[in-house]
Design a protein around this ligand. Structure first.
Ligand SMILES: [Zn+2]
Length: 319
């Protein structure tokens, strides 16, 4: 009897061991789509969502002369300045590339205006060899998107690693709606928005014209609806609204204050309300600010400063 009991016990242990072995083999079996699965496993959400809105050509003096209840709320409840400085010369691609790369257009550490030679002899905006917000997204397994109203951004989005989603539309309300939906649908970590209408109307009808002021008010209303949609998602949100340049007359290529001065408004999770950011803010601060709000350090050669860490009520990034 005793030996039969022992036999059953040995058999039982063998079954348990075999089951454990089979189970461990099942776990170790490579998934069918190894790369996707690896990416999904490695992906982790950022500590908070970050949305960067770059409003092409929004001069602070035009903003001040125009009813903008949404932007006023962001300034009132956030940390802001209306004397931030953009790059020189104050041009669209150079300034937006600086926002993404944290580098000046010129000099040894410069991004060279973000343009690469095209086959037809011209130049186009393209992937940037230096680290960008998007390449850092890719390194860290964050989900990051770009929505815009300029064709140049499509070339950049197609070439640049880390742009998980890109869409272009002239319809501001549709575009912003799509951006907010993408953030919710894909649990997005970072979204950059580029809006072109203030710049477009500036070139056509003049900076600070009645037509441009009307567009600024219209965009402000769209931003209000966008913010409402973003705030429906309970995840913490930090929003940064900036402009790439101002303008005077029908142009913005000269390095004068009317073109160089831009608003810089930081709002949302971790930001002290009603704070002035002072006078030494630059569009070079955009990339380090976005990364630190995502919980990531900025690459060493970046010249700008994170305004998020300075304004954050949270002592340190969460990971
Ligand atoms: Zn322009």
């Amino acid at each position: 009897m005793r030996s039969r009991t022992l036999l059953w016990r040995v058999a039982g242990i063998a079954v348990v061991a075999l089951t454990a072995f089979v189970a461990s083999q099942a776990v170790r079996r490579p998934p069918l789509h190894a790369e996707q699965a690896k990416r999904r496993l490695e992906r982790h959400a950022a500590s908070r969502r970050v949305v960067l809105v770059s409003i092409g050509g929004l001069a602070p003096r035009v903003m001040a002369a125009t009813p903008t209840p949404t932007l006023d709320r962001l300034v009132r409840e956030g940390a802001a300045t209306d004397v931030a400085r953009t790059v020189s010369p104050p041009m669209t691609i150079a300034a937006n590339t600086t926002m993404i790369t944290g580098r000046r257009p010129d000099g040894p550490d410069g991004h060279g205006h973000g343009r690469k030679p095209k086959e037809d002899g011209g130049q186009r905006w393209s992937a940037i060899p230096e680290p960008t917000i998007y390449s850092r997204c890719d390194d860290e397994g964050l989900r990051c998107a770009l929505i815009s109203q300029r064709d140049d951004f499509a070339h950049f989005a197609a070439d640049e690693r880390g742009v998980d989603y890109y869409v272009r539309s002239d319809e501001t309300d549709w575009l912003l709606d799509e951006g907010a939906s993408w953030m919710r649908r894909e649990e997005g970590d970072f979204l950059m928005v580029y809006l072109a209408d203030v710049d477009r109307v500036g070139h056509k009808d003049g900076w600070d014209s009645q037509e441009q002021r009307a567009v600024v008010t219209e965009i402000d209303a769209h931003l209000g609806a966008f913010l409402e949609a973003l705030e429906r998602d309970p995840r913490p949100l930090t929003l940064l609204v900036v402009a790439d340049h101002g303008g005077e007359g029908h142009r913005h290529d000269l390095s004068i204050d009317a073109n160089i001065l831009v608003p810089f408004v930081l709002f949302g999770d971790g930001i002290s309300p009603a704070t002035s950011l002072g006078a030494d803010v630059s569009v070079m601060d955009v990339a380090p600010t976005v990364l630190s709000a995502l919980g990531l350090p900025a690459p060493v050669p970046w010249a700008g400063r994170s305004r998020y860490l300075e304004q954050s009520q949270i002592a340190a990034p969460l990971h």
